[in-house]
Write a protein that binds this ligand. Structure first.
Ligand code: PMP
Length: 334
């Protein structure tokens, strides 16, 4: 019989799939790494598993422990999966811009969810960073993974995501494009891919960060944007800028238009940070020769955004229905 002992044992080993329609006019091969195939539905399952295993080993997380984390949802799902298996309780702190759908998913897994305002500074007592710090202080046996500084986050990508991409492209990848939230994905997978390709005759893999306009990674002030899970208003410890060769800033409008095209044209119902990453990847690929191989990582599924990006009224309320010259997203969907 072929079966897994537990759903949490199925983290990683996600597939690469070629993009065929949105790549029109581009000679290079563009491959998407589909992270919604992870059991919790996002790339964050990888860091959740690694952070919990490391905390058990170091003794920071003890039997009956409580995992407290500020998370936009995906890390919470990964932690909840791993916690269920090992008998921990989870309390998650979310900013209020995170969709109600995502918060309900966390509650469905049995986690407690605390919602905080997005519009306050990180050091404000009501910010989701401050609230989670207070909860950790006041809860017995609490452990905060702190995905923003925990080096086991990037390490999980160094050990799994990077090697999978190298293996599945037969070492032919030329560019790796991904968004950066904590920076774990780009720093860990980026480091692996740059190291493993360092002595290759065709040169080292170039690592490109896709970033929402306004985020500090692309030189912004940290002003708000609507794409979830990526960009920052501070520099997290999990982000290693020395692994990043280029940064491409993408607007909310362009990110969401591409997100909708991926569902409509590629059969990939994915989140807004995926549309952002693909938009950046295509801008990179446009200038590359036919033998280039661009891998773009798609962090999560579109199911958590049905009432936002995939809702015409929500899109129109932000003025996002006009894309591609004369055509509107509404026209594309007709
Ligand atoms: N997209 C989404 C939807 C996410 O939840 C995250 C994680 N915050 C990312 C992208 C970015 O991944 P990382 O934290 O590894 O930079």
């Amino acid at each position: 019989m072929k079966y897994a002992e537990h759903i949490a044992d199925l983290v990683g080993d996600t597939p690469l799939v070629k993009l065929n329609s949105v790549t029109e006019g581009i000679g290079a091969t563009v491959l998407a790494k589909v992270e919604y195939m992870n059991p919790g539905g996002s790339v964050k399952d990888r860091i959740a598993l690694k952070m919990v295993e490391a905390a058990e080993e170091s003794g920071e997380l003890q039997p009956g422990g409580v995992i407290v984390e500020p998370t936009s949802g995906n890390t919470g799902v990964g932690l909840a999966l791993v916690a269920q298996r090992r008998g921990y309780t989870c309390v998650f702190v979310c900013p209020d811009k995170v969709s109600e759908d995502k918060r309900n998913v966390l509650r469905a897994y049995g986690a407690e969810v605390v919602v905080c305002p997005t519009s306050v500074a990180p050091d404000h007592p009501d910010s989701y960073y401050s609230v989670s710090d207070r909860l950790v202080r006041d809860t017995p046996k609490a452990w905060k993974p702190d995905q923003y500084s925990n080096q086991n986050g990037p390490l999980s990508h160094y050990e799994t995501t990077g090697p999978e991409i190298w293996r599945d492209t037969d070492g032919r990848i030329t560019h790796f494009v991904t968004g950066a939230g904590t920076g774990g994905t780009i720093s860990g997978a980026g480091r692996y891919l740059r190291e493993v390709s360092a002595d290759r005759p065709s040169g080292r893999v170039r690592v490109v960060a896709a970033d929402p306009e306004g985020s500090v990674y692309s030189g912004g002030s940290g002003r708000p944007y609507l794409v979830e899970g990526v960009g920052e208003d501070f520099w997290p410890g999990a982000y290693d800028p020395s692994q990043v060769d280029d940064v491409v800033a993408v607007s909310d409008g362009d990110s969401f238009a591409m997100t909708r095209r991926l569902a409509r044209e590629e059969g990939l119902l994915v989140g807004g940070s995926c549309g952002m990453a693909v938009e950046a990847a295509l801008r990179v690929a446009r200038d590359l020769p036919d033998d280039a191989v661009v891998v773009v990582l798609l962090p999560d599924s579109g199911r958590g955004y049905l009432s936002k990006i995939f809702n015409d009224d929500w899109m129109a309320s932000y003025g996002f229905m006009h894309t591609e010259g004369e055509r509107t997203v509404g026209d594309l969907l007709r």
